[in-house]
Design a protein around this ligand. Structure first.
Ligand code: PMP
Ligand code: GLU
Length: 417
């Protein structure tokens, strides 16, 4: 007997970041000495006071169903955070949705913003500057949008220009993704660059009246390259059609807790958030009840722990860039945010590994590196655009591991013929 799997899931590409990480972990379980630079997951433990807040809430009986989008107290803490830190104007708790991770936030959001095309109709478009995080495209496509990529490259630190954005926007544009600092690129936009993009969104409002900006700021706290994080949702002209997405996974080392949130001000923002509540109410209901207390603790009491982790990432960024600079054919701009190095390795395409693997793509480079040099990185193909020439190296690990991994990468590159 076979169980027929729905077409939309059969068509779905598994997440390459999750898949490669699982494969590397399996090899480690089998006793292979693999050094992992795969998952975008801080190696730090969740700060103790956040754990204590959750334990206390659990012991106090906060173990039951809660309001779908979050209890009022926690939604207020998130609204205050987005108001005070990100300068988003006019945000109240009714403009905030809390979901089971940033990925879930984006999934719910896209299903609230995009209709699949009616027969004979053209699909709505999701504009995604690429390379971009692997999950944006599938999340958009599952909601029924067609993806319009805007290509970028290392020469512009993987940033789009206002001209490129203006050219991409058309009457079918429904969402624009921005992700600064960027996964996988490790670079970020400056305030003036984001203001210039906001200006284009504002000026094209008659061409694309339904366009909503989704700004994924999950790496906002992990910055070290001299550029301050700026929230495009703070620009008054486009604030009410900008959804600022964030979560606790990266800044607070809370990937396993599954807490994500978003905020969008104004009447339209409140209506969007309400729609998200309706959808989430038929999907997951509230997030784990005692995580609300942990969320409040993280967002109000943990600045010091966040800063300590930021400093560690900053040091690692310097180490990995210095080490990569010593290896021939690793082309990349300066890392300014998040915890990824994303070098172009195409200088090595056309070569052969010691065990005879032909290397003509990032996928083949990564495969040979994993099997022959026991070093796991993410091949860049699924990030889109020029990603096919790149590998993503997550440096959310110790400097000692970075050194050992870069030794292996150096020797592997030197062994290619
Ligand atoms: N956005 C980006 C750019 C990411 O790298 C991640 C990491 N998984 C997420 C969103 C979602 O993270 P989470 O679901 O753990 O909040
Ligand atoms: N976002 C992280 C990464 O890119 C975690 C895995 C995932 O959800 O993609 O590695």
């Amino acid at each position: 007997m076979t169980i027929r799997i729905a077409e939309r899931v059969r068509q779905l590409k598994p997440s390459v970041t999750v898949a490669v990480a699982n494969r590397a972990k399996q090899m480690v379980r089998e006793g292979v000495d693999v050094l992992q630079f795969t998952l975008g997951e801080p190696d730090f433990d969740t700060p103790q006071r956040i754990k204590d807040a959750a334990i206390k809430a659990m012991q106090a009986g906060e173990t039951k169903y809660m309001p779908t989008l979050g209890d009022p107290e926690t939604r207020k803490v998130v609204a205050d955070k987005l108001t005070n830190e990100n300068k988003i104007p006019g945000l109240t708790p009714e403009h905030v949705a809390i979901s089971s991770g940033g990925k879930h936030t984006l999934f719910v959001l896209l299903h609230c913003l995009v209709d699949p095309p009616a027969p004979g109709e053209q699909a709505a478009e999701a504009i995604i500057p690429v390379p971009a995080w692997v999950s944006y495209r599938p999340i958009c496509e599952m909601a029924g949008a067609e993806v319009r990529e805007i290509p970028t490259g290392p020469e512009t630190s993987f940033k789009i220009s206002p001209e490129q954005l203006r050219e991409a926007i058309n009457p079918r544009s429904r969402v624009l993704f921005l992700n600064s600092p960027s996964n996988p690129c490790g670079t970020m936009y400056s305030e003036s660059e984001l203001r210039a993009l906001a200006k284009v969104v504002h000026e094209t409002r008659d061409i694309a009246p339904d366009l909503v900006v989704i700004t994924d700021e999950i790496y906002e706290k992990i910055v070290y390259g001299g550029i301050d994080h700026f929230s495009i949702g703070s620009v008054p002209e486009i604030a009410e059609r900008t959804v600022t997405v964030n979560g606790l996974s990266k800044a607070f080392a809370m990937t396993g807790w599954r807490v994500g949130y978003c905020g969008c001000p104004g009447e339209a923002g409140a209506a969007l958030i309400k729609a998200m509540g309706t959808l989430q109410g038929q999907m997951t209901t509230n997030i784990t009840s005692f995580n609300y207390a942990a969320t409040r603790c993280a967002l109000t009491e943990c600045a010091e722990e966040v800063e300590q982790m930021r400093r560690a990432f900053a040091e690692r960024a310097v180490v990995i860039q210095d080490r990569l600079a010593e290896i021939p054919g690793m082309v990349m701009p300066k890392c300014t945010g998040a915890f990824y190095a994303f070098p172009d390795v195409s200088a090595h395409f056309g070569k052969k590994s010691p065990e005879g693997r032909e290397i003509n793509a990032a996928l083949e480079f990564s495969e040979a590196l994993l099997l022959e040099a026991k070093t796991a990185v993410i091949p860049g193909e699924d990030f889109g655009g020029c990603g096919k020439n790149h590998i993503r190296i997550s440096f959310a690990c110790s400097t000692d591991q970075i050194h050992r991994g870069m030794d292996r990468l150096r020797d592997f590159v030197a062994s290619l013929r």
